[in-house]
Design a protein around this ligand. Sequence first.
Ligand code: UN1
Length: 519
Amino acid sequence: STRASTILQALDIPAATQELPGVYDGSWKGSGEVFESVCPTTGEVIARVRSASPKELEVALEKSREAYKFIRSVPAPRRGELLRQIREALAAKRDELGALVSLEMGKIKTEGVGEVQEFVDIADYAVGLSRMMNGRVVASERPGHNILELPNPLGVVAVLSAFNFPVAVYGWNLALSLAAGNATLWKPAPSTPLCAIAVTKIVASVLEKNDIPGAVAGLVIGGTSVGQAVVESKDVDMVSFTGSETVGRRVGQVVQSRFGKVLLELGGNNASIIMPDADLSLAVPAVFFGAVGTAGQRCTSTRRLYLHRSIAPEFLSKLQSLYSSLQPGDPLDTSTLLGPLHNKAAVGIYSNAINRLRSAGAEILVGGSTYASQELRETLGGGNWVKPTIAMPQEVNVGHPIWSEETFAPILTVGVFDELEEAIEWNNGVPQGLSSSLWTKDLRNVGKWIGPAGSDTGIVNVNVGTSGAEIGAAFGGNKSTGWGRESGGDAWKQYVRWSACTVNFSDEAPLAQGVNFTP
Ligand code: UN1
C-alpha cells in the first residue's frame, strides 16, 4: 500500500516486493528462514525478511567478539560521542521511525514517536554516563595499599526484545551497553523486523562514519532457533531478555547453567489503587491511559483496578464514559486512541480471557468482544480489533487465574476494598511485580505504600499511572517479573565486570587480617 511504502521509503528500506536481509554484522546479509512483517491494522504483508542461517549467526557472534575487543579500548567519553551522534541521527528520523513503529507494531502514532523519544532520551543519558561511570577507592587495612573498584567492559551483550516496544527496549540496552564498552547483538521479535532494520541502519551509519566496526551493534533476525542459539552461546557474556515468563524462565536457566549474566524483564500484572481522597479528575484519565493505551500491550499496562468502596460507583461511571468515547482506527491517524492488537494470536488470548472471566461469574461492564461487524471489517480491514473491557468479578481472590495471570490485551479487572492494607495485600498477592500506582492526597497512605509494608513491585508510583515511566529511574520488576533493571538509575552497573584491585605500593608485602606466614 502507499501508506506503507511512504514510511519505508523515508527510512531507506526497499518496498515489499523483495526479501530484505535481516542480519547485520558490519555488512548486511540473510539466507535463513523468511519472516513476514504483517501490518496489525490491515493484515497486509508489508515485507519479507530473511533471518540468520546457523552459519550466519556463528559469524555474527565472531564479529561481535572482535568488535568488543575493539570498542573496549576506545575511551568511554569517545563512546559517549558515538552515542551523541546516534542520538542526533535518531532524532532526525523521530517522526518517520515513530510512524514505522505504528505501522508494524500497531500502537498509535504519538506512542510510536514517544518510543523513539525514549531511545533519544536514554542516548542522552548515556552520553553523560560515559563520563560518570565511576568506580571507587576503598580504604585498605594495610599500609601502602590501595583498593580500587573498576568498572571494565563486559563483552558481548545479546538483547532479545519483544514486539510491544520494538525500538525503546533495544535503545535502553544499546545505550548502556555501548557506554560501558560492549558489543551488542540484537535479536528482536521476528514480527517487528522492519523497526529493527531501520534502527540498525541508523546506528550503523554512525558507526561506519566513525570507522567503528558495525558489529559493535549487530542484528540477527530470527525465530526460536536463533534465540536459543544466542542464549546458549558461550560467546555471549550477558543476555538481556524481555518477554514472557515462560520463555524467560527457560532463558534464565540456560544462561545460569553456563554461568553467563542474565537480565530479565518478564510479565507485569499491574494494579492501580484509588483511595477515597484521590483526585478523580486525574485518576480516571490515568487509569484509562494505563488500561487502554497501547491497546493494553505494555508490560506496565494497568490490568487490575482496586477502588475504595466510597468512590467506586462514581469512578466506574466516569471511567465507563471515557471507554464509550473510544473508536478503533488506523493508529497512524492522529485522532485514533485505540489501535489493533499486534497479531491474530493476541485476539485469541483476549477472547479466552473474556470467556474465563464470564465463566468465573464476572460482570462485563464494558466491551467483552472483538469487533466483528461487517462495517468495521470494511473500514478497518483485516486487523486485530478487540473492544477494551472492564470486568468486575464477584470477589477479589488474587490466587484465581483471572487475577493472577497476565493477559496482554486491554482488559481491566476491578475489585472494591475498604482498607488500604487489604488493597496492598491484593496488589502484592500475585506472582508478578513490575508496576503499581496509588492515588491519594494523604501523606500517611504514601508513606505506607512506598515503605517496607507497601507495594512489592519495582515501580511504585503515587498519583501517576502504572505505565509510561521516564528513562531516568531504573525500569524493571521483582518476583516473576525477573528482578532485572534497565534504563536509568544504577542499571548500567550490570553491563560491566567489576574488578576489585588491591594495589601494593609499599616495600613490604603484609597479609590481610594480620596473618603471619613467615617460613
Ligand atoms: C514495556 O512495556 O515493555 O513505562 C516497556 C513504560 C514504558 C516502557 C514499557 N516507558 O510504560
